[in-house]
Design a protein around this ligand. Structure first.
Ligand code: S3P
Length: 175
């Protein structure tokens, strides 16, 4: 197995940005968070871009940043929760032979509760979906199917802490 990058995917609140740096440290690799990369490349906040460009253009931009991240090696990449909404993004991920795609899965209520507590502590990315619980549930269900299709490893994040999740990914990667 010649894996050159790990891609973390999952619904908002699944811990991609928490597990990512822990995993990168354990592997001695770099960590890239696509949401943060969008902000540092554009010089604007995701919320500003989303509101100014509109959702479709924002998703297109997010896809181009994700593609650039996939050009790197020895990198752990945390996708935004909505990355898999685009058919082209799912296809790109599914043909990435040297990517190890990990779906951080968990019950809807647990993930939403985590997002709300992150919002309360001011420690959160811009999450428009959080305002509409019914839409969030519909997105959760369809993204769960898509994430299950593209992932090589699926982890229930409600059962383990970030360190244990990172360790279980390392265990699958190292011989
Ligand atoms: C989104 C999740 C966010 C962010 C954007 C949209 C979503 O990423 O990309 O606000 O629709 O689920 P996280 O999964 O990192 O929260």
């Amino acid at each position: 197995m010649n894996i050159r990058r790990v891609v973390l995917t999952g619904f908002m609140g699944s811990g991609k940005s928490t597990v990512g740096p822990l995993l990168a440290d354990a592997l001695g690799w770099n960590f890239v968070d696509v949401d943060q990369e969008i902000e540092s490349r554009s010089g604007a906040s995701a919320s500003f871009l989303f509101q100014t460009l509109g959702e479709a253009a924002f998703r297109g931009y997010e896809f181009s940043v994700m593609s650039m991240c996939l050009d790197t090696t020895e990198t752990v990449i945390a996708l935004g929760g909505a990355a898999v909404d685009l058919d082209i993004a799912r296809r790109l991920l599914s043909v990435c032979n040297d990517c190890w795609i990990v779906f951080l899965d968990g019950p809807f209520d647990v993930l939403i509760a985590r997002c709300l507590s992150q919002e309360g502590s001011g420690d959160a990315t811009y999450r428009p979906l959080l305002r509409d619980r019914e839409a969030a549930l519909a997105h959760y269900a369809i993204r769960r199917e898509w994430n299950r299709e593209i992932a090589q490893q699926i982890i229930d994040v409600s059962r383990s802490a970030g360190e244990a999740i990172a360790a279980s990914i390392v265990n699958r990667l190292l011989p």
